[in-house]
Design a protein around this ligand. Structure first.
Ligand code: ATP
Length: 256
């Protein structure tokens, strides 16, 4: 389902965080939002999730105005997204139980989703008994199980090491290809944006405005991003970071 921001601005106690943001995110599109820390990216996601209200303007899902949270939109954070007192399976099943799916059916579907993200055998483990990467796999299963129309990802892999992050990016890409939700991905990792996104919006410092949009729709992608060197350099320059060496390890060198 498409998600439309129409002249959205946001102030917190007089602080201008977002200035007149308009864009329609089309059904099935994955758009990465990158920009300096504190520029208002998470706030945009919170407004789309219905957790914050725009000071001016509005957001629509399809033709309906967003006035609060809804089951067709899922927000996923960097970490601590799982309930520590529930097993991985119970955590994933919870998303369906909240939508009144019967417990047994929810558990069965949760087990299937855990298998899909390579967590078969870990259903009965608690979050503290598995690695950070495994917790984020479970969080992905929980985000996808209710088949959201819109997925709002706020630095989903920001707390993971580079290798685990790359594996999880592959998992996310496969899940997205299958389910085709509309995805807004906030990331500090320019290479993650280049690898996953159809479009990249580069934001200015607060109040967030789009400095430039990059279109990556027709480019075939792998983790070898050498073809993207020029685009990567331009994005880093827009963010005020000098990419002095193109041979900087891509996953480590491109964070903002
Ligand atoms: N609920 C709130 N009340 C008051 N100020 C807020 C609130 N939420 C965010 N802010 C302020 O809005 C600004 C933008 O915050 P936001 O978290 O959206 O930025 P961001 O671009 O996601 O940052 P980062 O990349 O560091 O996560 C910050 O100055 C923050 O302090």
């Amino acid at each position: 389902m498409k998600l439309s921001f129409d002249n959205v601005s946001k102030q917190f106690s007089g602080l201008d965080v977002i200035g007149n943001f308009s864009r329609t995110f089309e059904q099935g599109e994955l758009v990465a939002l990158v920009g300096p820390s504190g520029c208002g990216k998470s706030t945009l996601l919170h407004i789309a999730a219905g957790l914050e209200k725009a000071s001016n303007g509005g957001v629509r899902i399809g033709d309906r105005a967003i006035t609060g949270p809804g089951p067709e939109r899922t927000l996923m954070f960097q970490e601590n997204a799982l309930y520590p007192w529930l097993t991985l399976e119970q955590n994933v099943a919870m998303a369906l139980e909240l939508q009144k799916v019967a417990k047994k059916e929810a558990r069965e579907q949760a087990a299937a989703w855990l298998a899909k993200v390579a967590l078969k055998g870990f259903e009965a483990y608690y979050p503290h008994q598995v690695s950070g990467g495994m917790r984020q796999r479970a969080a992905l299963a929980r985000a996808f199980i209710s088949r959201p129309e819109v997925l709002l990802l706020d630095e989903p892999f920001g707390a993971l090491d580079a290798l685990t992050r790359m594996t999880l990016q592959d998992v996310l890409r496969d899940l997205i290809r299958e389910a085709r939700p509309t995805v807004l991905l906030v990331t500090h990792d320019v290479d993650e944006a280049l690898f996953l996104a159809d479009h990249i919006l580069v934001f200015s410092p607060r109040p967030a405005k789009v400095l430039k949009e990059f279109n990556l729709v027709h480019i075939e992608k792998t983790h070898d991003l050498s073809d993207f060197a020029a685009m990567r350099r331009e994005i880093l320059e827009l963010l005020g970071i000098r990419a002095e060496h193109d041979d900087v390890p891509l996953m480590e060198g491109a964070g903002v």
